[in-house]
Every structure is written in structure tokens, then in C-alpha cells.
Design a protein around this ligand. Structure first.
Ligand code: PRX
Length: 685
């Protein structure tokens, strides 16, 4: 059964919680102020601000006043905070709303149940087209409470970590909220990661429980989630229980650790006392790739993260009460956390959980879903837009998209062609497209158009303007701030904001070194950006060895680690190259050991299999080129920038080779690359 039947409105717990002092009532409207209060009620008390665009500057220059008003207006507190912020970026100290106590699940559920238990919280767009399931706020609260009680009964307590390995579905959302309710942190792992990658994350997070489903269903295919969890958990002795939900009717073998989650939830109470959490208690860990071989878990905390997700959801997408918000990401990524779960639910929205793919059963799937569910805001990835664009306009035009108000894009740069198609064909030229730039680390959108601001123009393919409280700066490589316009540099953010990650789990030093040491006193994003003549931002891509495949972030070092572990491989170098659908794809240069007798085709298969097994399918190289030697500096560093030029077929632009130990290496690589392309072309014909 999925979701639990017989759900009814539970006793609302909000009554037992004291709401912090309500915001001061807006002062009697004067003509110029009137607009602003209507635009953002929390800005009602800012006498000196006259327009939405002034409000952005005010939110940066008077950050404490802005965020205090927003936090008191938008969140329900058990007890009020005494300090708005206490941050020192150079030391990696980031604290917001100190002294405050709240519960995130109460903010996402109870207060909306109090207002209207029958309002739909989730629309689960299952893989099987036309079989959506609606879950009301009352039902979601009940599910969350039963699950919270079950976790508590199984020994999970405040401060423990629970790994969630599930596709988007109501029980996955309830699992996240149940952790939040009892004060445990969650660690959602994208259900496409392999058993080894999952096991590594469970061990690093020290999870005491795992929540999964028997199987997943995607694009009509079954995915053996439970088997993957079994393989992962076999090397995680600290996991006491695996809670298993049934997505399909196919039975799976249960081990002594396994719990029939839905069966046990039915026996639990429908009321679950929420834990009073400090603003800065951790809410979740989320693993992402960096430039080293080891994925890192960013830690987000309670109040600041929730407030930032809620505020960006409201103001970037122009969300209004009663809208249906459709973010088609997976809950395993930060986009799913902030814009399927926490932002929309904190705002009392109806949020869609999309389980399928853009092309199942055909390339009209997104737009048929928009028509059927009457989606008002659609938020997706450029890779899917580029893919659908190739199938032609008729797959879009077949369906009624008149409900759409805003179209969002996330995860990678959106090229002008895809932007124009999204705007003109999908949005019929009437819906603003918001190209939203942000990261797992930033918690929510940082640079993006805000169509709700009447003064603000939007240009194709540009993330445009900073969100409230965000102060972007561009730096040159010597660490000087670039103050003019029409200039490119390293993108940094010069003051803290409530949604930013607080640390890397178990490695605060790495947190400081990665984000705050490259440009002291600033948060360094790892991205490059261009600021136009008019002061608008365009993201130009990563400056480090991280690539972005179909919007999924992966470190080249992570893939090299896997390749180098294969017995046939002496060494390897991985780079990203432009791909017309995926944005970027993986190219691996591999040096084999001399003793290898297997054919190159066999080794290629083995290496691809290894990457799939140890990381995930999306990280597999599109091309593997075997070379005698890699280009290296005299000190032995691999010169990846030269390899990038070879793959871009720009040998004329190889750049300065004076530091290369043996420049003759490169001619062999260029010739080998030509041969590889010819072979690939012949195979395609
Ligand atoms: O390089 C930027 C790219 O995605 C990276 C963040 O990846 P992740 O933490 O997985 O979060 C993805 C979803 C927020 C960034 O450092 N990126 C994200 N959004 C954009 C983007 N690049 C260009 N334009 C964007 N709108």
C-alpha cells in the first residue's frame, strides 16, 4: 500500500507550540510603500525601502534587519532567537538565529494542517502515466508522525543519522520529515548510486538506520533498490535496521535487520511529539563531489536553511497560495530537498513528486503532466530541455499548458537555443524563464531573475541578479576584487546568508580550505562568472576539476580513482567535454600496464563496468582513449588543460607547453584521438 490508507487529519500539534512574537503590523499604507508591502509582507516595517529593487540592496546593507523580519514572519518558532547572525567566514563560523528553537516538520506540516488539513501537499506523479496519487497535509502529517514514532521505537534518537535510498514518493518525503521531527539528521542518497557508493556514504555518515523500497520503477523498468541496499549494508555494521517500503508487489528477501515499514507504521500512534531543535542543530547531510576523489557531506542546519528555501521558493518562482509547484528533479539532489520538499512545504504549497523520465512513455510526458496536474511553476534541467527540443514542437503543443506561469532551469548553464525553445514553445512566449544558479553548498537559489519584481528584465541564458541578502563579487586569480562591469572572474559571495552550508561532516578544515581560504573573507563558489555591462551575471562554468554531466556533479578525481584501481590500468586522466544533450560528458585517457594482454575493447568494457559499479551510470566515460603516456609537467603533474584542448580539437590552442616534460607525447595523443573518432564514426554508420 502506498501511501498508507485510511489517513485522516491528525491532532494538530501547533497549538502546543508558542509562536514567536508576530511581525509588527504593516504601517498604514502610503502610496509608495503600498506596493512593497504587497510584494513582500515581511518588508512592511522597512520605512526607508520604496521598491522591490531597493529591497535587494537593503537586504545586503541591512542584512540583520531583513533576515530577522523574514525569519519571524515566515517561520513558526517554539522560542524566539536572540542573535540574528554570528558569522566569521575566514574561520568558517556560520550561525544564524542563535537562541531560537523550532521544529522543521511542524513548520512544514502542522501549521498548514491547522489552517486546512484537506489541502493537497503532495501529488505523486508515478512512473505509470495517469496514475497520480494525492496526499493531503493531514495525511502527510499522519504518515510523518507514525514513521517518527517507528524510528524512535527502533532506537533512532536526536543527533542520529538515517540514510534514505528511495525514489521520489510520499514515503520518502515523510521519511525526511520524520527525521526532522525527532531531531535525527537525514542523508538522502540518489537512488541511482551503486552499492559501493551507497555503502561509503552510509559509513561516512555513521547512519544507524536505512530507509528504502523493495524496488524502484523508472521509465517502465524495475530497479532493485533493496538488493543494492543489502549489498551496501553488508559492510556497514553500525546499521541496526533497514526499513523497507513496498513500491511494487514483488516480494524481496528480508534479513534480520529488515523492517516491514508500512506494516509497522500502521501500529504506531498518529501523534509524535516534535523535538525542539536549536536553530543551528544539523538538519541533513548531503553528499556531493569535489575536486578530490572523496565525496563530501555538506551539513545544513534547521532555521536558516528552511527560511532560505522558503523565501527563494516564494520570490524566485512567483509562487502564490493555491499554485501547483512542479519540480521534476530527484529528491536525492539538493534541488529536490529545497524545491520539492522544504521550500514548498514550508510555504504550504502543493508540490509534485515526479518519479518518471522526460521521455516515458513518450517525449510529451512533462507537458501531459503539466496539463493533467495543472502545474503553475515548472522547474527542470537544461539537459532534459535540450533532449526534448530535438523531438520537435508537436510533443509540447499537443497539450494544454495554459496553467504555466513560471519556467525554471537549474543545474548547469542553459544555452540560448534551449532557453528560447523553453520560453517560446513550452511557455508560449508568455512565461518568464528563471535560470537559477546555486549549489548544494548554498542551500537555495543565489542568482536568478525574480519575475515578481516588476522592474526587472530577463535576458536569455543569464542567471541575472542576486537574490535577497546575496552579494556576489568577482575576483581575479591574484585575489583582487574586480569592480568594473563587462568582466569575468572567480565567483564569490562576500557575506553570509542563512541558507549556506555550515560545515563538511567530520572535516571542518576541508570546509574552510575549500570555500573560505582561496579568497579570504569570502565564500568561493568554484564557478567562474561574467558580469555584463548592465551588471547582470552569467555563469561560465567550474574553475576546478569538477564536471557537470546532465546536471549531475562529479569530480574527475573520483572517476580516475576507480579507473586506476582496475588491474590493467597504470594511470589515467579524466576530463569533461561539451556534449549537445548532457551539457558535459566524460572523456578518459588511460595508460595500460605493459603486461596487459586483453583487447582494448575488453578493457573498455571492464572500465565502464567498474565506474557503474563503484559510482553510478552517469559517471561512465563516453570515450576512453588508450595512450602510451600522459602529458605531464616536469614535476609530474598531469596537464589536463592540454588534454582538454585535444578533445576540443583545438591543437593550435594547446597553450604554453614549456613546462611539459616531453612535448612529443602530445603528437601521439592527437593522432590517437583522430583514430578514435574515425573508428567511432565508422561504428555509427
Ligand atoms: O557549476 C554550477 C552548476 O552546478 C554546480 C552546483 O552543482 P550541485 O551542487 O550539484 O547543485 C546543482 C543544483 C543547484 C554549480 O557550481 N550550476 C548550477 N546551476 C547553474 C549552474 N551552472 C550554470 N547555470 C546555472 N543556472
Amino acid at each position: 500500500m502506498w501511501p498508507l490508507p485510511g489517513a485522516r487529519a491528525s491532532r494538530c500539534l501547533l497549538g502546543s507550540l508558542r509562536r514567536a512574537a508576530p511581525p509588527p503590523p504593516p504601517s498604514p499604507p502610503r502610496r509608495a510603500k503600498c506596493n512593497l508591502t504587497a510584494y513582500m509582507p515581511e518588508a512592511g516595517g522597512f520605512e526607508e525601502v520604496r521598491s522591490p529593487s531597493q529591497l535587494q540592496r537593503f537586504s545586503v546593507s541591512s542584512g540583520e534587519r531583513f533576515w530577522a523580519a523574514a525569519a519571524r514572519h515566515r517561520l513558526s518558532w517554539i522560542s524566539d532567537f536572540h542573535t540574528v547572525q554570528d558569522c566569521d567566514l575566514a574561520r568558517g563560523r556560520i550561525k544564524w538565529f542563535d537562541g531560537g528553537k523550532l521544529n522543521v516538520s511542524v513548520n512544514c506540516l502542522d501549521r498548514h494542517v491547522h489552517a486546512n488539513p484537506e489541502k493537497v501537499a503532495l501529488v505523486w506523479e508515478k512512473d505509470e502515466p495517469g496514475s497520480e496519487v494525492k496526499v493531503t497535509y493531514g495525511e502527510l502529517l499522519e504518515m510523518t508522525c507514525r514513521l517518527g514514532n517507528l524510528l524512535r521505537r527502533r532506537g533512532v534518537k536526536k543527533g542520529d543519522n538515517v540514510t534514505i535510498y528511495m525514489p521520489p514518493c510520499p514515503l520518502a518525503v515523510a521519511s525526511m520529515l520524520a527525521c526532522a521531527r525527532i531531531g535525527a539528521t537525514h542523508n538522502v542518497v540518489f537512488a541511482g548510486f551503486s552499492a559501493e557508493a551507497l555503502g561509503e556514504r552510509i559509513r561516512d555518515a555513521q547512519s544507524c538506520a536505512v530507509i528504502t523500497a523493495n524496488q524502484g520503477v523508472r521509465g517502465g523498468r524495475l530497479i532493485e533498490l533493496k538488493k543494492t541496499v543489502d549489498a551496501a549494508v553488508s559492510s556497514c555494521p553500525q546499521v541496526r535496521n533497514v526499513l523497507v517500503a513496498m513500491r511494487t508487489e514483488n516480494p524481496v528477501e528480508f534479513t534480520h535487520k529488515d523492517v516491514d515499514m508500512e506494516e509497522e507504521m500502521r501500529a504506531e500512534e498518529v501523534v509524535c511529539e516534535p523535538e525542539a531543535m536549536d536553530s543551528e542543530d544539523p538538519l541533513f547531510l548531503l553528499y556531493t563531489s569535489g575536486s578530490t576523489g572523496k565525496p563530501k557531506a555538506l551539513v545544513h542546519t534547521q532555521a536558516g536553511y528552511l527560511l532560505y528555501a522558503a523565501l527563494t521558493h516564494r520570490y524566485v518562482f512567483g509562487y502564490h497560495d493555491g499554485d501547483v509547484f512542479g519540480c521534476v528533479a530527484d529528491i536525492g539532489w539538493i534541488t529536490g530537498h529545497s524545491y520539492i520538499v522544504y521550500g514548498p512545504l514550508a510555504n504550504g504549497s502543493t508540490t509534485v513528486l515526479f518519479e518518471s523520465t522526460p521521455v516515458y512513455p513518450d517525449p510529451g510526458r512533462y507537458w501531459e503532466t503539466v496539463q493533467r496536474l495543472k502545474i503553475n511553476q515548472f522547474y527542470g534541467a537544461p539537459t532534459a530541455i535540450r533532449l526534448l527540443l530535438k523531438y520537435g514542437d508537436e510533443w509540447v503543443q499537443k497539450y494544454d499548458r495554459s496553467s504555466l506561469k513560471t519556467l525554471g532551469s537549474v543545474g548547469e548553464p542553459i544555452n540560448t537555443e534551449a532557453w528560447e525553445w523553453y520560453h517560446n514553445v513550452v511557455g508560449d512566449g508568455r512565461c518568464p524563464v528563471v535560470d537559477t544558479w546555486w549549489q548544494t553548498e548554498t542551500g537555495g537559489i543565489c542568482i536568478s531573475p525574480r519575475p515578481s519584481d516588476p522592474d526587472a528584465e530577463i535576458l536569455p541564458g543569464m542567471a541575472m541578479r542576486p537574490f535577497f541578502g546575496i552579494n556576489p563579487v568577482l575576483m581575479d586569480m591574484a585575489g583582487n576584487k574586480l569592480t568594473s562591469n563587462n568582466i569575468s572572474g572567480a565567483l564569490c559571495i562576500s557575506q553570509p546568508w542563512p541558507g549556506m552550508a555550515r560545515t563538511i561532516h567530520n572535516d571542518h578544515q576541508r570546509f574552510i580550505e575549500t570555500y573560505f581560504q582561496p579568497f579570504p573573507g569570502h565564500y568561493f563558489t568554484g564557478d567562474g562568472a561574467y558580469r555584463s555591462e548592465k551588471g547582470y551575471y552569467q555563469i561560465t562554468g567550474r574553475l576546478d576539476d569538477v564536471i557537470n554531466v546532465s546536471g549531475h556533479r562529479i569530480g574527475t578525481a573520483e572517476i580516475e580513482d576507480v579507473l586506476n584501481q582496475c588491474p590493467a590500468v597504470a594511470e589515467s586522466a579524466v576530463i569533461g567535454f561539451s556534449h549537445d544533450i548532457k551539457g558535459q560528458a566524460v572523456f578518459a585517457f588511460v595508460v595500460l600496464k605493459e603486461s596487459v594482454e586483453a583487447s582494448q575493447a575488453d578493457v573498455t568494457r571492464e572500465l565502464s563496468g567498474s565506474v557503474t559499479k563503484k559510482i553510478a551510470k552517469y559517471a561512465c566515460p563516453d570515450h576512453i582513449q588508450f595512450v602510451q603516456r600522459l602529458p605531464k609537467t616536469r614535476s609530474g603533474k598531469i596537464m589536463r588543460r592540454v588534454l582538454r584542448k585535444v578533445v576540443e580539437r583545438d591543437p593550435g590552442g594547446l597553450g604554453d607547453l614549456s613546462t611539459m616534460e616531453d612535448p612529443t607525447v602530445i603528437q601521439d595523443i592527437i593522432q590517437g584521438h583522430r583514430d578514435l573518432l574515425e573508428v567511432n564514426q565508422r561504428e555509427r554508420q
